[in-house]
Design a protein around this ligand. Structure first.
Ligand SMILES: Nc1ncnc2c1ncn2[C@@H]1O[C@H](COP(=O)(O)OP(=O)(O)OP(=O)(O)O)[C@@H](O)[C@H]1O
Ligand SMILES: [Mg+2]
Length: 341
């Protein structure tokens, strides 16, 4: 109860008309319920969130959420540092083995719950974060999840050319492109596949594109989109990518785009409109956070692997991406695939 007293004292000292009436602990998070009075100012409390975080010994600035059902304001405080769970452990769990869905078990939320999402429902995903924030590690997580949970074909665009090459040796379902010209050719090929699928849907009305069981899913993964656009002075890749993502979700082609530079010239309005699902890793400013999530928050993430997801399931959920070193992931996938074939 010591923490409740600290919070109540903080509220009195700052003349905030609210009182803590309960506390619950979930995972590494403590949630405090505040009963507020008529003249309580929410903006004043959110402006004081850094100070409140210090008083409460929180590992991140506390988040404020309204619980309209109970008429309470919830203050979420991170009581312990979030730690990455083992990706291999997540991949071994039975929950993923569905083969119809593109399930991905990405990590663990602050409340200690698993973050599991279906890529086909997302349906395009934008990932942003500064250098070293854990974007590539998140992509390794996603790729290995998809290799296990589904039979999808995967195309990976990676200008570094080495980071993901192991997957194409592990599975025939994965193809890698590493230059802008190859990337443009790949986009043209995917647009061709998309048009063919559309024609099939048009001529065979019984095909239900919504449940996506008819077409083999294709996932296009782009690591460092800004590098690709820099290599392509004509900016043809933009036009092609937009052409693809605007229509492709209805015929089982999904895109995951990661970028280190979440600036408005890279993540344009058209791209944002077509990527409803977002994951932000650590960024340097509130402006970057707003470009990725349309909200502040990612600037307060501290360590590599901490992220915020915003999609059809989660409003703004902070989580820790599960992580295993690459050699262990390859070893696990190699053994798993050898036993499955
Ligand atoms: N979920 C995680 N848990 C623990 N450590 C992590 C996690 N994600 C990343 N890291 C650590 O951070 C390092 C950098 O991660 P990563 O290469 O994924 O960053 P990045 O955002 O892709 O950087 P860049 O933009 O430079 O490519 C990793 O080598 C790893 O040591
Ligand atoms: Mg990277």
């Amino acid at each position: 109860m010591e923490k409740v007293d600290t919070l109540n004292q903080f509220l009195i000292d700052n003349k905030l008309q609210a009182k803590c009436v309960g506390m619950t602990s979930k995972g590494c998070m403590n949630v405090f319920d505040l009963k507020i009075e008529n003249n309580f100012r929410l903006t004043k409390l959110s402006n004081l969130s850094q100070e409140l975080g210090l008083m409460m010994k929180s590992y991140a600035p506390p988040t404020l959420k309204l619980d309209t059902d109970k008429g309470l304001l919830q203050v979420e405080v991170l009581a312990e540092r979030m730690r990455s769970e083992s990706l291999i452990k997540d991949l071994s769990s039975e929950t993923l083995e569905d083969h119809l869905a593109l399930n991905m078990s990405l990590g663990t939320s602050m409340k200690g719950e698993k973050i599991i999402t279906d890529m086909s429902k997302n349906p395009h995903l934008l990932i942003g974060g500064s250098t070293g924030s854990g974007k590539s590690a998140l992509l390794h997580n996603i790729i290995s999840n998809l290799l296990i949970s589904s039979n999808c074909a995967m195309f990976i665009a990676d200008t570094k050319g080495i980071e993901f090459s192991g997957y194409s040796r592990l599975s025939k379902r994965v193809k890698i492109v590493d230059t802008a010209s190859q990337f443009n050719e790949l986009l043209k090929y995917l647009i061709f596949v998309m048009e063919k699928r559309y024609l099939l849907i048009k001529n065979h009305p019984w095909i239900n594109p919504i449940n996506n069981t008819y077409f083999k899913p294709i996932v296009l993964i782009i690591d460092e989109f800004a590098d690709l656009t820099m290599q392509d002075p004509s900016k043809e890749c933009y036009t092609l990518l937009c052409q693809l993502v605007q229509k492709s979700r209805a015929c089982g082609i999904y895109c995951i785009l990661a970028t280190q530079r979440p600036s408005a010239d890279i993540i344009t309005g058209v791209i944002k409109a077509n990527f409803p699902a977002r994951i932000a890793c650590r960024v340097v400013s509130k402006t970057d956070s707003r470009i990725i999530l349309d909200e502040n928050g990612a600037e307060s993430l501290r360590n590599a692997g901490e992220a915020i997801i915003k999609n059809y399931q989660y409003g703004m959920e902070k989580f820790q991406v599960s992580y295993s070193p690459l050699n262990e992931i390859y070893k696990f996938l190699y053994e798993k695939m050898a036993t499955n074939t």
